[in-house]
Design a protein. Sequence first.
Length: 122
Amino acid sequence: MRAKTYRGSCLCGDVRFSFKGDLQDAYFCHCEQCRKNYGMHGAFVGVERDALVINRAKTLRSYKSSRSTVRSFCGTCGSPISWDREDYERIYVCMGLLEGKIAPPKITNIHTKHKGAYYEID
Ligand SMILES: [Zn+2]
Ligand SMILES: [Zn+2]
């Protein structure tokens, strides 16, 4: 797959990022932390650390949700931006923030045992 440049932004536009790469490491996480953070399951794509460029970060905030995990969000509109574990090779950005036409990636569902009671997984 040829590397493409993807762009994303939060609801208010105060946080903007871009990366060159692909959407091969895409998944829905059904764990309770993600459901509470996103209001639904998390929808992420893994981005190489070196490839992720934060173009606008004035309102970028972060929250340490566990010993090893940091979740970023926009301090103005509250949009979740990413989650990060420093021992992982990639940073996981929220796919819902991506802009423009995107070929839907293959999605892997994880932590499905912890999914919400209010939806089913096909
Ligand atoms: Zn925002
Ligand atoms: Zn999760």
